[in-house]
Design a protein around this ligand. Structure first.
Ligand SMILES: [Zn+2]
Ligand SMILES: [Zn+2]
Length: 368
């Protein structure tokens, strides 16, 4: 009888442990494995050698030798906005713009909505609001509102992703809006991550540096950038990174992606011509070789002969080791000194490039 009782207790303990283990495994899968995504398998990686001069020894490489990927920065004593920064809300059911119009809305950090050549284009959209319970492989909580309501959004013709870092490629956003996206344009290897999340491969156009795809009269070219990739420690440099030069109708826009200062800017001008506007990585993030200082941003803008720069990679997260508004203050000062036209629209504010490009409201002052 006693033996029977012990056995029963042991069985109950084993069942409880099994349940806990199961929940743990599910949580690990849901919060770690799925958002990280499926990386290119051997067969796909073998194709990269033929498709990109940047791929060798099982990984992509920058054009020039760069430093190591450095560790975390201290966030102690950094100023955060007193409250969540309000964004101008965009009506998700945007009227389609005519083919010769370019409307732009910066959505905070490096996300943007662009209407060009009659199409609605989303760049590096992060439309989810905060980090997951497990912070290690997700974003910290946002400091500004998301201007576009993820559930109330009309069709997106093209969605561009510059690279696989968490602040540019968001699992929550992609899986929520995929049914409304017609085409994806991404660097080599990012396609595997999207397919792993259920995106139909037929919708994805993968590019190597300098290659382009034309969709409904708009040309998307992946431009080189000095950066790196990887959503997990063992997966760095396994997918390609880059910027986008988008030309359609009579307009052109260049998004640097995340990039350090390098020879790409002058080369873009030579190959593709001067863009009207440059969405420039101005976040001063680390490591320094993989992002730009204010001096480098204005130098890059001159190299590519951009008419205007719109500083991005700021105002959504506080993690790069400076007060949240510093990128804006620094780039405005630097651009003035260097004679470069900088525009600073409020997150979400949508403006027509032809009618209203000179956005120079220093809106961050109010929330410092
Ligand atoms: Zn990055
Ligand atoms: Zn980034």
């Amino acid at each position: 009888m006693k033996k029977h009782k012990v056995l029963k207790t042991l069985l109950i303990i084993a069942a409880i442990l099994l349940i806990i283990g199961g929940i743990g495994a599910f949580a690990f899968y849901k919060y770690f494995t799925v958002p990280i995504g499926k990386y290119p398998d051997k067969a796909r990686a073998a194709e990269f050698v033929k498709l990109s001069g940047q791929y060798s020894d099982g990984q992509f490489h920058n054009e020039n030798e760069v430093g190591a990927i450095s560790g975390a920065v201290s966030l102690d004593g950094l100023k955060k906005p007193e409250k969540l920064i309000p964004a101008e809300k965009i009506d998700g059911h945007l009227e389609a713009a005519s083919k010769d119009v370019m409307n732009i809305s910066w959505l905070g950090h490096s996300s943007a909505l662009v209407q060009i050549g009659g199409d609605n284009v989303l760049i590096d959209p992060i439309l989810t609001t905060s980090g997951k319970p497990l912070q290690l492989y997700s974003l910290p909580a946002r400091i500004s509102e998301v201007p576009l309501d993820i559930d109330d959004m009309s069709a997106i013709d093209v969605l561009c992703i510059s690279h696989d870092h968490f602040d540019h490629l968001d699992y929550g956003t992609i899986t929520a809006i995929d049914d409304r996206v017609s085409d994806y344009v991404v660097p080599l290897g990012v396609d595997s991550l999207l397919v792993g999340w259920g995106v139909n491969r037929d919708k994805i156009h993968t590019l190597s540096w300098w290659s382009s795809v034309e969709l409904r009269g708009v040309t998307y070219t992946l431009t080189p950038a000095q950066h790196y990739s990887g959503r997990f420690a063992g997966k760095q440099y396994k997918t390609l990174w880059g910027g986008f030069y988008i030309a359609g109708g009579s307009h052109s826009l260049y998004f640097t992606g995340d990039s350090g200062y390098c020879g790409t800017f002058a080369e873009i001008y030579e190959k593709l011509g001067a863009p009207e506007i440059m969405l420039a990585d101005s976040g001063q993030d680390t490591p320094a070789w993989s992002h730009m200082s204010p001096e480098e941003v204005t130098k890059a803008a001159k190299g590519v002969h951009a008419q205007y720069i719109l500083p991005v990679h700021w105002a959504a997260y506080n993690y790069a080791g400076y007060d949240w508004y510093k990128p804006a203050e620094d780039i405005v000062k630097q651009a003035e000194a260097d004679g470069v036209a900088v525009i600073t629209p409020k997150p979400g504010h949508i403006f027509s490039f032809d009618d209203d490009a000179a956005q120079n409201e220093h809106w961050w002052e109010e929330y410092k």
